[in-house]
Design a binder for this molecule. Structure first.
Ligand SMILES: [Fe+2]
Length: 393
C-alpha cells in the first residue's frame, strides 16, 4: 500500500433521535447559527421547527438560509456568505444531502476567505496552480438526511460555477472537516426510493474509485474492508427500498455512506476519483442526479476494462462480488441498478452522440492533470474518456 497520513477529527453522534441533541451540541461552538438547507424543506415535516426550538432552548439565535438547490452554485454560497457576515454568524449547520452540506462548507470557508472571490478556492483545473484553498472557516455541524456523499465526515465540498457550468471541488483538511456529524437514521425514512437508490450507488462509487485505482503492493486489508461495505450496501438496498421505514437498515446505509468517504477505507490507496470527474460533467450539463451519473460511469468503466489486459482490479471485483467474469458481473450489476430505478445509460439523461465531443473537452479542461491525462490506474487518456462515454450511450 502507499504511505499515508490519516486524520479525521469529526465527532460522530449516531442513532435514532440523536438530532434532538443539536441545541446542546451547537452551543459549544457559538451563539448565532445559520441553518443551511434546500429551497423546499416541506419534505422534512416539522424537522426545522424542532431544530429551531432545540436551539432556542439553549439560548441560541438562528437564521434559516434555505437557498440551496441540487448541484449548488457559487452564487448560492456567495449569498450565504454575505448574510453570515452581516448577521455575524458563529456557526453553520448543514441539513440535507451533499448539496446542502457542501454549500454549507463553502459558505463557512467563504466567510473567512481573503483571496478574492470564492471561485478562487475551487479546484476548477487539476493542471492549474492558481487555486488558493481556504485556510480557515467558521465551524460547521452536519445533519445528513441522505446517505450518499459522506460529506458529514470529510473536508471536501463539491460546487458548480454557474458562469462556466463547471462542477468541481475544494478539499481543505485545515478547516472543512465538520466539528460534529449528527447521523440520525430516522431522518432518512421519508427519503424517496430514487434518492435512496442514488445515494447507495454514490456510496458504492466512492469505494470503487479506490478499489479500481488501488495502487501498489499488498492491498488485502483495504480490499476486504471495501468489499465488505459494498457487499453490505448491495445486500441492504432492496430491503431499504421495500421497507423505507426500517430505521435499522436506514442506519446501516447511512453509516456505510459515512465510512465510505471518511478516509478510513481509502487510506493507503491513491484516492483518485476519475469516474466522479466524468460524472460531474454530466451533472453540470444535464442536471443529472449525482448517484445516477455514477451508475452509468461504473458500468461503462467495467465494460471498457473488460476487454483490456490491465484489468486485474476489475476481475477481482467481478469475481469476489458476483462470482462472475467482468462482462457477466457488469450485466448483473446493471440489472440490480435498474431494479432499484436508476438510469444506467447516459442517453437517459439526454446525451446524444453529438454531445460527446463537448463532454470530453470538459473533462480534459477540468480534470486532466499536468501530464495531460486523468489520474487513474492506468492513467486515462482523452481517447479513453471518449470511448467510455460512447460505451455508456
Ligand atoms: Fe460521490
Amino acid at each position: 500500500m502507499n504511505n499515508f497520513e490519516y486524520y479525521n477529527p469529526v465527532t460522530v453522534v449516531f442513532g435514532e433521535n440523536e438530532v434532538n441533541k443539536i441545541g446542546s451540541i451547537a452551543k459549544e461552538y457559538g451563539k448565532k447559527v445559520m441553518l443551511v438547507s434546500y429551497t423546499d424543506i416541506s419534505f422534512y415535516g416539522d424537522l426545522f421547527e424542532r431544530i429551531h426550538d432545540l436551539l432556542t432552548k439553549e439560548g441560541l439565535e438562528y437564521i434559516d438560509f434555505l437557498e440551496v438547490t441540487a448541484n449548488p452554485t457559487l452564487q448560492q454560497a456567495r449569498k450565504g456568505i454575505e448574510i453570515c457576515k452581516s448577521e455575524e454568524i458563529d456557526l453553520i449547520v448543514g441539513i440535507g444531502g451533499g448539496s446542502a452540506m457542501d454549500c454549507a462548507k463553502v459558505i463557512a470557508a467563504g466567510v473567512k476567505y481573503n483571496n478574492g472571490d470564492i471561485v478562487n478556492m475551487i479546484a476548477f483545473s487539476h493542471s492549474d496552480s492558481s487555486q488558493v484553498p481556504p485556510t480557515e472557516a467558521l465551524p460547521t455541524i452536519m445533519i445528513p438526511t441522505l446517505p450518499a456523499t459522506g460529506s458529514e465526515m470529510n473536508p471536501t465540498a463539491v460546487i458548480t460555477d454557474e458562469v462556466t457550468i463547471k462542477k468541481s471541488y475544494v478539499w481543505a483538511p485545515c478547516c472543512l472537516y465538520p466539528k460534529v456529524a449528527i447521523i440520525d437514521p430516522k431522518l432518512t425514512v421519508s427519503l424517496p426510493s430514487y434518492q435512496t437508490a442514488c445515494g447507495a450507488i454514490d456510496t458504492i462509487a466512492h469505494i470503487l474509485e479506490s478499489y479500481f485505482n488501488g495502487g501498489d503492493g499488498n492491498l488485502d486489508l483495504q480490499d476486504r474492508m471495501q468489499e465488505g461495505v459494498i457487499r453490505t450496501v448491495i445486500d441492504n438496498i432492496t430491503t431499504v427500498i421495500n421497507n423505507p421505514g426500517n430505521v435499522e437498515t436506514r442506519g446501516v446505509m447511512q453509516w456505510a455512506a459515512s465510512i465510505a468517504l471518511n478516509g478510513w477505507l481509502l487510506s493507503g490507496t491513491y484516492g483518485w476519483a476519475p469516474m466522479h470527474q466524468m460524472g460531474h460533467v454530466l451533472s453540470a450539463k444535464y442536471n443529472a442526479t449525482h448517484g445516477a451519473t455514477l451508475a452509468t460511469m461504473i458500468l461503462a468503466w467495467m465494460r471498457y476494462f473488460a476487454n483490456r489486459s490491465d484489468n486485474i482490479r476489475y476481475e477481482q471485483f467481478a469475481n469476489r462480488m458476483f462470482g462472475k467474469s467482468i462482462s457477466e458481473a457488469t450485466d448483473e450489476f446493471e440489472s440490480l441498478m435498474k431494479s432499484i430505478g436508476i438510469q444506467t445509460r447516459i442517453s437517459e439523461f439526454g446525451v446524444v452522440k453529438e454531445d460527446i465531443d463537448s463532454l470530453v473537452d470538459n473533462v480534459v479542461s477540468v480534470s486532466f492533470d499536468s501530464s495531460g491525462k486523468l489520474a487513474s490506474v492506468p492513467p486515462i487518456t482523452k481517447e479513453d474518456v471518449r470511448k467510455i462515454y460512447e460505451i455508456s450511450l
